[in-house]
Design a protein around this ligand. Structure first.
Ligand code: SF4
Length: 428
């Protein structure tokens, strides 16, 4: 059976034009997707049943046992941490926040190690963003700053920018100018009309120089700013100021560079400076397919987008203190539930070591690095393949992922609802 208009649940582009061929409970071909999508849909490395660590080996257990033991671990803990959430759908994220609240736990999502600084900057100065549809149809200048879409979001350029014709951009490849700013040559920088190579850690200074030029202060710019010549800075500012509609996209190359949220604040203020001359927007390149959704869902329920601590009985938010990396580094939490992410692969070593010391439960379809740190792993259905739910694209547009066949696994929502029911009953 061929199914059209399938949504890809891999990266924040959430491409919704895939054609997937299914035979029984197996995907046998994928059209329109990039290589990352093909890997996701065709990959067949799922954990078959829940497992519990017994010394150096694993024992297969039933879902009921795994769920009951997980609830017990969370109920026994004084300071549980519920981490991940970016690789699952909104309905499951919502149960996660309610579970954190009833447990008095900390709940955090993967923004903590990617676009957390972007959120802090947006909370300070706002977000002059727009949808990807606006970019596709209108933008004649696109800036990728600290982002490498060819590798991380392979269809971003073909669906929305460089190669994609739009309503007001009939010949996109000729009509659009693409500027890439990065500290190194990348697959994306090769495709740029203008590649601005910045010294590592120099983004803030380069953004400040560009803002000064846009403000009409060319005279104060030194011959070189963090590896970028004055002539190139003038050229880039002129390209941006003469755009009819410009769009800046920034990635973790900017959010995680020295300066962090101040870089993003400066980039937003650069965008606002440009909007005194023309129309410019700025948007983060979100990585996990539903990391934007995790920020939305957390905010609807608790008022805060990530790093929410319910230990006081109310939602408390203080990134740097209530963020998972900081809690794990301090050795503060005594149990952890990891949902749809792999902190073992992405967190600093001392955090992974602490996860291995405490009872860690992972809810994830696949064996990954975190499996090796966990006591229990519960495999679940994959959203967009054998589970459905709502996700938010990187521009904040909600999109419903589809279930392509009925598989053997429960989904995140069902497993979390059962854990929640046990916890609720125990808490009275
Ligand atoms: S660009 Fe992202 S969402 Fe689109 S097909 Fe590739 S991995 Fe999937």
């Amino acid at each position: 059976m061929k199914i059209e208009d399938v949504v890809c649940s891999f990266c924040g582009c959430l491409c919704d034009d895939l054609v997937v061929e299914v035979e029984g409970t197996r995907v046998i071909s994928v059209e329109n997707g990039c290589t990352l999508a093909s890997e996701k849909f065709l990959g067949d490395h799922r954990l078959k049943t829940p497992i519990r660590r017994d010394g150096n080996s694993w024992t297969k257990i039933s879902y009921d046992e795994a769920i009951a033991e997980t609830a017990e671990i969370l109920l026994d803990a004084d300071r549980p941490l519920l981490y991940g959430w970016s690789g699952t759908f909104g309905e499951a994220q919502s149960v996660g926040v309610h579970l954190a609240e009833i447990l008095g736990a900390v709940i955090d999502n993967t923004s903590t190690v990617c676009h957390g600084p972007s959120i802090l900057a947006i909370q300070e100065v706002g977000h002059p963003g727009c949808t990807l549809g606006q970019v596709k149809n209108r933008a004649d200048v696109v800036v990728y700053w600290g982002a490498n879409p060819v590798d991380a979001h392979p269809r971003h350029m073909s669906r929305y920018t460089t190669y994609c014709d739009g309503f007001f951009r009939k010949d996109a490849f000729k009509d659009r100018k693409v500027i890439v700013v990065d500290v190194r040559d990348t697959e994306s920088s090769i495709l740029a009309d203008e590649f601005v190579k910045v010294n590592p850690g120099g983004d803030y200074a380069v953004l400040s120089a560009l803002r000064a030029i846009v403000r009409g202060k060319r005279g104060i710019i030194p011959p070189e700013v963090e590896g970028v010549s004055r002539e190139q800075l003038f050229r880039v500012a002129d390209i941006c100021m003469s755009a009819k509609f410009g769009a800046v996209f920034f990635g973790v190359g900017l959010t995680m560079a020295p300066g962090k949220n101040k870089n993003i604040r400066n980039a937003i203020e650069f965008t606002e400076e440009l909007s005194r001359h023309t129309k410019f927007t700025i948007s983060p390149m979100r990585g996990h397919w539903n990391v934007y959704g995790s920020n939305e869902v957390f905010t609807w329920i608790s008022g805060y987008p990530y790093a929410v601590d319910f230990a006081r009985g109310i939602a408390f938010y203080n990134p740097g203190e209530t963020t998972s990396v900081d809690i794990l580094k301090r050795g503060e939490c005594d149990a952890c539930l990891v949902v749809a992410s792999d902190p073992g692969a992405h967190f600093p070593k001392e955090c992974a070591e602490h996860l291995a010391r405490i009872p860690t439960v992972q809810i994830d379809p696949h064996v990954n690095v975190t499996t090796h740190l966990s006591r229990i792993q519960i495999p679940v259905a994959v959203a967009g393949i054998d589970a459905e739910g709502t996700a938010y694209r990187m521009d904040g547009v909600p999109i419903r992922t589809r279930k392509l066949f009925q598989g053997q696994y429960p989904d995140d929502f069902e497993v979390l609802e059962k854990i929640y029911a046990i916890v609720k009953e125990a808490k009275g």
